[in-house]
Design a protein around this ligand. Sequence first.
Ligand code: SAH
Ligand code: SF4
Ligand code: F3S
Length: 441
Amino acid sequence: MSGKTFYIETFGCQMNVHDSEKVVGALMARGYAPVETPEAAELILYNTCSIRDKAEQKVFNRLQQFKRDAGKGKIFGVLGCVAQQEGEKIFERAPHVSLVAGSASYTRLGEMLVQLEAGNRRVTGLSLDTEETFETPFTRRDNPHRAYLTIIEGCDKSCAYCVVPFTRGPERSRTSESVLAEARRLAEQGYSEIQLLGQNVNSYRDPSPAGWNFAALLAGVAGVPGIRRVRYTTSHPRDFGTDIVDAMDANPVICDHVHLPVQSGSTRVLAAMERLYTRDEYMRRIEWLKTARRKYSITTDIIVGFPGETEEDFQQTLRLLDEVEYDSLFSFKYSPRPNTAALGMEDRIPEEEKQRRLMILQEKQRAIQIRRNAELIGEARETLVEGRNQALGQWIGRTSDNRVLNFTHPGANGNSLVGQYVPVRVTRSGPNSLVGEAVAG
Ligand code: SAH
Ligand code: SF4
Ligand code: F3S
């Protein structure tokens, strides 16, 4: 038992957020106590993201801020994707850092902590050569109703722009048995929503003799008593089959939402990105979802300004937005990343042009969302209540199709509705959220 205090700040995707929940649990099980500020902590950890250059810079800014505290008994550690990518170079750039470890090494976390506690000031976990996934019985989940659950780690794709295969290593799936056991445990603990996580959930392959694929696992988790909602992220379009749509249609517990990152509407750019599908193949998947038995909300990720993206390529992406009518999208300016194939590509798009395309894309999407959300006025939707906006006197809810639906509930009489499922009628809409009233009764 160490008796030490720690503080952790997390950047990046849900995988990182959930990794931090596991790391926090493992630290607390060793006797470390969490504190609210880095100033109060003896061990300061940054769980980092390197998906774009801006994300990567954040951790170095943080480390710079606290440089003067080095030697005052504080220990600094860098975890996650920047740690894996930069490795021991971090010790040179920020000599007050004592621990550098990527996510593929968290199975060795205990051992690394022992080394730190023994006074070792150069502790690393940087091997990507692993077949294990990081599991711990001590996970400290931040949300009492919605739980993240990792089903697969790493990525075996090699999209030309992306660092993830270098920062998270090869794909490793957990056994269906251990995923289901965790889902049952979560239900017993009172969680009602589970979000299955992986960089590429539909590449899931059960390593046990049961041999389940992703669709089977999805249905399996949806069947766990007590679980009312199952979400999953992220799907790669190449591996998204009709069996997944069938599993969703057959299990209302699986939420009405699919996040299917397209990246570009141009087949030429998709090929350069090594995305492994054409625009038509992507649109076929959209068709499956649009003709399914249930109505699904579809969201996506788009990169503008990939090397060689012409005005015509960009126009094709804009036309794709009109065809699909996404309910929401994340859009990014291409950011050149170390180790990736696109780094050496010619025809870089100037920063101002990337910015121009991003603005046009976001403006178009905003108009689509305003229109689509307005169509929901008058409809009733079940929301899971996530919190309360005191200033507006509204409950903050989320619908199965992943929209934020804030609402008033005159009958609540000061009782907290957080964690409950409440039917709400939509009365107003904006580009990013809906407002409504609880349906009486
Ligand atoms: N595994 C997910 C993506 C995870 S990264 C998938 O395959 O869809 C999340 C998003 O970040 C990606 O979908 C992509 O749109 C964006 N992204 C990744 N690398 C990027 C880069 N170098 N520049 C800009 N955006 C990038
Ligand atoms: Fe990155 Fe492509 Fe893997 Fe997604 S599928 S994590 S974008 S390499
Ligand atoms: Fe970032 Fe690593 Fe996630 S690069 S987006 S934290 S997988």
